[in-house]
Design a protein around this ligand. Structure first.
Ligand code: NI
Length: 175
Protein backbone atom coordinates (compact mmCIF):
# COMPACT_ATOMS: atom_id res chain seq x y z
CA UNK A 1 0.00 0.00 0.00
CA UNK A 2 1.29 3.44 -0.88
CA UNK A 3 1.78 5.79 2.01
CA UNK A 4 1.60 9.55 1.83
CA UNK A 5 3.69 11.42 4.33
CA UNK A 6 5.54 10.13 7.32
CA UNK A 7 3.99 7.97 9.97
CA UNK A 8 4.82 7.73 13.60
CA UNK A 9 4.80 4.01 14.27
CA UNK A 10 3.71 2.34 17.52
CA UNK A 11 6.75 1.18 19.51
CA UNK A 12 6.53 -2.35 20.89
CA UNK A 13 7.25 -2.98 24.54
CA UNK A 14 9.07 -5.66 26.48
CA UNK A 15 7.07 -8.87 26.12
CA UNK A 16 5.72 -8.07 22.63
CA UNK A 17 6.59 -10.14 19.56
CA UNK A 18 8.89 -9.97 17.51
CA UNK A 19 10.96 -7.83 19.92
CA UNK A 20 12.55 -10.91 21.49
CA UNK A 21 13.38 -12.73 18.24
CA UNK A 22 16.51 -12.52 16.09
CA UNK A 23 15.79 -10.45 12.96
CA UNK A 24 16.60 -11.53 9.40
CA UNK A 25 18.74 -9.71 6.82
CA UNK A 26 17.32 -7.24 4.31
CA UNK A 27 17.74 -8.92 0.91
CA UNK A 28 16.73 -5.93 -1.20
CA UNK A 29 16.32 -2.25 -0.39
CA UNK A 30 12.85 -1.72 -1.86
CA UNK A 31 10.51 1.29 -1.72
CA UNK A 32 8.84 -0.33 1.27
CA UNK A 33 12.21 -0.42 3.07
CA UNK A 34 12.71 3.29 2.25
CA UNK A 35 9.26 4.09 3.66
CA UNK A 36 10.04 2.05 6.76
CA UNK A 37 13.34 3.94 7.24
CA UNK A 38 11.63 7.34 6.92
CA UNK A 39 8.90 6.34 9.36
CA UNK A 40 11.45 4.95 11.81
CA UNK A 41 13.42 8.24 11.75
CA UNK A 42 10.19 10.19 12.34
CA UNK A 43 9.22 7.81 15.16
CA UNK A 44 12.69 8.03 16.78
CA UNK A 45 12.61 11.84 16.81
CA UNK A 46 9.03 11.96 18.05
CA UNK A 47 9.75 9.60 20.96
CA UNK A 48 12.40 11.18 21.38
CA UNK A 49 15.22 8.65 21.35
CA UNK A 50 18.81 8.28 20.15
CA UNK A 51 18.13 5.04 18.28
CA UNK A 52 15.38 2.78 16.98
CA UNK A 53 15.63 -0.73 15.57
CA UNK A 54 13.12 -2.25 13.12
CA UNK A 55 12.01 -5.04 15.55
CA UNK A 56 10.85 -2.26 17.91
CA UNK A 57 8.21 -1.28 15.35
CA UNK A 58 7.25 -4.89 14.66
CA UNK A 59 9.47 -5.50 11.62
CA UNK A 60 11.88 -8.39 12.08
CA UNK A 61 14.63 -7.07 9.79
CA UNK A 62 18.25 -6.11 10.45
CA UNK A 63 17.94 -2.35 10.28
CA UNK A 64 18.31 0.49 12.76
CA UNK A 65 18.51 4.27 12.78
CA UNK A 66 20.66 6.24 15.20
CA UNK A 67 21.13 9.91 15.97
CA UNK A 68 22.97 10.72 19.19
CA UNK A 69 22.12 14.42 18.67
CA UNK A 70 18.37 13.54 18.62
CA UNK A 71 17.82 15.73 15.53
CA UNK A 72 19.98 18.72 16.52
CA UNK A 73 22.77 17.81 14.08
CA UNK A 74 21.53 16.37 10.74
CA UNK A 75 25.00 14.94 10.00
CA UNK A 76 24.80 12.59 12.98
CA UNK A 77 21.80 10.66 11.61
CA UNK A 78 22.77 7.18 10.50
CA UNK A 79 20.78 4.43 8.78
CA UNK A 80 22.35 1.01 9.18
CA UNK A 81 21.14 -1.91 7.09
CA UNK A 82 22.46 -5.43 7.80
CA UNK A 83 25.07 -4.02 10.22
CA UNK A 84 27.96 -6.09 11.53
CA UNK A 85 30.61 -5.37 14.12
CA UNK A 86 34.09 -5.04 12.67
CA UNK A 87 35.78 -4.12 15.94
CA UNK A 88 34.79 -3.81 19.57
CA UNK A 89 37.07 -2.94 22.45
CA UNK A 90 37.20 -1.61 25.95
CA UNK A 91 34.38 -1.28 28.42
CA UNK A 92 32.10 1.44 29.70
CA UNK A 93 29.48 1.40 32.41
CA UNK A 94 26.68 3.93 31.97
CA UNK A 95 23.01 4.09 32.76
CA UNK A 96 20.73 3.54 29.79
CA UNK A 97 17.12 3.03 28.91
CA UNK A 98 15.11 1.88 25.91
CA UNK A 99 11.95 3.10 24.18
CA UNK A 100 10.64 -0.48 24.48
CA UNK A 101 11.17 -0.50 28.25
CA UNK A 102 9.74 2.92 29.19
CA UNK A 103 10.23 4.07 32.77
CA UNK A 104 13.21 1.85 33.51
CA UNK A 105 16.94 2.53 33.49
CA UNK A 106 19.93 0.46 34.46
CA UNK A 107 23.71 0.51 34.27
CA UNK A 108 24.81 -1.73 31.42
CA UNK A 109 28.30 -2.92 30.41
CA UNK A 110 29.06 -1.78 26.86
CA UNK A 111 32.17 -1.53 24.67
CA UNK A 112 34.06 1.79 24.89
CA UNK A 113 34.70 1.75 21.16
CA UNK A 114 32.98 -0.07 18.31
CA UNK A 115 33.27 -0.07 14.52
CA UNK A 116 30.28 -1.17 12.45
CA UNK A 117 30.11 -2.06 8.78
CA UNK A 118 26.67 -1.65 7.20
CA UNK A 119 24.78 -0.64 4.07
CA UNK A 120 23.27 2.83 3.85
CA UNK A 121 19.79 3.41 2.40
CA UNK A 122 21.23 3.45 -1.13
CA UNK A 123 22.87 0.07 -0.59
CA UNK A 124 26.40 1.44 -0.34
CA UNK A 125 28.66 -0.19 2.20
CA UNK A 126 30.17 2.09 4.83
CA UNK A 127 31.98 1.84 8.13
CA UNK A 128 31.50 3.99 11.16
CA UNK A 129 33.47 4.19 14.36
CA UNK A 130 31.76 5.07 17.60
CA UNK A 131 33.13 5.89 21.03
CA UNK A 132 31.31 6.84 24.22
CA UNK A 133 27.58 7.26 23.74
CA UNK A 134 27.71 6.20 20.08
CA UNK A 135 29.57 2.95 20.87
CA UNK A 136 26.96 2.24 23.52
CA UNK A 137 24.11 3.04 21.12
CA UNK A 138 25.65 0.76 18.48
CA UNK A 139 25.71 -2.18 20.89
CA UNK A 140 22.21 -1.40 22.19
CA UNK A 141 20.72 -1.34 18.67
CA UNK A 142 22.70 -4.38 17.50
CA UNK A 143 21.28 -6.24 20.50
CA UNK A 144 17.76 -5.37 19.33
CA UNK A 145 18.50 -7.13 16.02
CA UNK A 146 19.37 -10.25 18.00
CA UNK A 147 16.19 -10.02 20.07
CA UNK A 148 17.99 -8.78 23.16
CA UNK A 149 16.98 -5.83 25.31
CA UNK A 150 19.16 -4.07 27.89
CA UNK A 151 17.19 -5.87 30.59
CA UNK A 152 18.56 -9.17 29.23
CA UNK A 153 22.11 -7.87 29.78
CA UNK A 154 21.49 -7.39 33.50
CA UNK A 155 22.19 -10.01 36.09
CA UNK A 156 20.27 -11.57 38.95
CA UNK A 157 18.37 -9.29 41.26
CA UNK A 158 18.54 -6.18 39.05
CA UNK A 159 16.98 -8.00 36.14
CA UNK A 160 14.40 -9.83 38.26
CA UNK A 161 13.28 -6.56 39.83
CA UNK A 162 12.58 -4.91 36.46
CA UNK A 163 10.90 -8.01 34.99
CA UNK A 164 8.69 -8.35 38.10
CA UNK A 165 7.62 -4.70 37.86
CA UNK A 166 6.84 -5.08 34.14
CA UNK A 167 4.76 -8.21 34.83
CA UNK A 168 2.85 -6.34 37.51
CA UNK A 169 2.19 -3.42 35.13
CA UNK A 170 1.04 -5.91 32.45
CA UNK A 171 -1.36 -7.61 34.84
CA UNK A 172 -2.97 -4.28 35.72
CA UNK A 173 -3.15 -3.21 32.06
CA UNK A 174 -0.61 -0.41 32.50
CA UNK A 175 2.08 -1.76 30.16
NI1 NI B 1 16.25 0.07 22.78
Amino acid sequence: MKQFGLMILPILRYGDSPLHDAAGPIEEITDDVHTLIDDMIETMYAAPGVGLAAPQVGVSLRLFVIDTSVGRDPSSLMVMINPQFVEREGMQLEEEGCLSVPGFNATVVRPARAVIRALDREGREFRHEGTGLLARAFQHEMDHLDGMLFVDRLRGIKRDLIVRKIRKLSRTGKW
